[in-house]
Design a protein around this ligand. Structure first.
Ligand code: T46
Length: 137
């Protein structure tokens, strides 16, 4: 399966690093919401869902974590361990986040405001969603 990652350019100088992200230039959507996940306990797996519409960029701005992706047919694992790497996750992708380092801060840029009705939290429902989208093509 195709995994879309971005390598962002740090504006480094003798003071340190700065990364700037601009919508449609550095990633392909407009941001309506930013959230971040931190203080994740050892062994915790978050996520376990897909979305009906939401697009997101995940950036582990400190520490590291892994992302399990499932498009309904294939799976992939992505390590996020540097603040200049972004992972694009389309709506129709089942995701789980795990192996958080104790210092991990996972920042997410989201294309929509928070909407619980956009979540697909049941895996069988997700498979049906994927199948219905494929039958429309
Ligand atoms: C996703 C992965 C990568 C809010 O009130 N507003 C928000 O914007 C978000 C994202 C969550 N919440 C509340 C809802 C729950 O009571 O925060 C609590 C934890 O959310 P959730 O269990 O959905 O968190 P994760 O880590 O399982 O999933 C999150 C996002 O929800 C999801 O869209 O793709 O991160």
């Amino acid at each position: 399966m195709e995994v879309k990652t971005y390598t962002f350019t740090p504006h480094g100088d003798d003071r340190g690093q700065l990364i700037a992200l601009e919508e449609y230039k550095d990633f392909p959507f407009s941001v309506k919401r930013v959230y971040y996940i931190y203080d994740t306990l050892a062994g915790v797996v978050r996520g376990h869902h897909a979305h009906k519409c939401l697009k997101q960029i995940l950036i582990c701005v400190h520490g590291s974590c892994k992302i399990h992706l499932d498009d309904g047919h294939d799976t992939a694992e992505v390590l996020l361990d540097t603040p200049n790497k972004g992972l694009f996750i389309a709506n129709d992708m089942w995701r789980e986040m795990y192996d958080f380092s104790p210092d991990a801060v996972l920042m997410v840029l989201a294309s929509e405001l928070y909407d619980e009705s956009d979540y697909i939290r049941d895996y069988d429902e997700f498979k049906k969603f994927v199948a219905s989208k494929e039958s429309e093509k």
